[in-house]
Write a protein of this length. Structure first.
Length: 101
């Protein structure tokens, strides 16, 4: 568990990401956990672009599950643009995410 670990603990941050993605029956709660997770990445590990992109994609999925389709689509497009800039158009992750726009 990540409780009791310092905010800068990598295991804490990874655990929050797993928890946020696992709360499929309650996207509102998952969204809150993922927002906190994203804030940690941006604050302590801003160079970890891959993890930031993963969390942003998970946030978009939560938004969609909550019926906030317009916000989800905007976030998906922003994340996809960052992914192209970071990994390129031919990268596996870019190709996997392309049909979800």
């Amino acid at each position: 568990t990540y409780l009791g670990r310092p905010m800068t603990d990598w295991i804490r941050c990874e655990s929050m990401g797993v928890l946020g993605g696992a709360i499929r029956n309650s996207p509102e709660e998952g969204y809150q956990v993922l927002e906190a997770n994203l804030a940690l990445y941006r604050r302590f590990w801003p160079h970890n672009i891959t993890s930031i992109l993963i969390v942003e994609t998970s946030l978009a999925t939560c938004l969609s599950a909550m019926g906030r389709e317009e916000e989800a689509l905007v976030l998906k497009r922003e994340t996809f643009a960052k992914q192209i800039a970071f990994q390129g158009v031919g990268h596996e992750n870019t190709l996997i995410d392309a049909p979800h726009l």
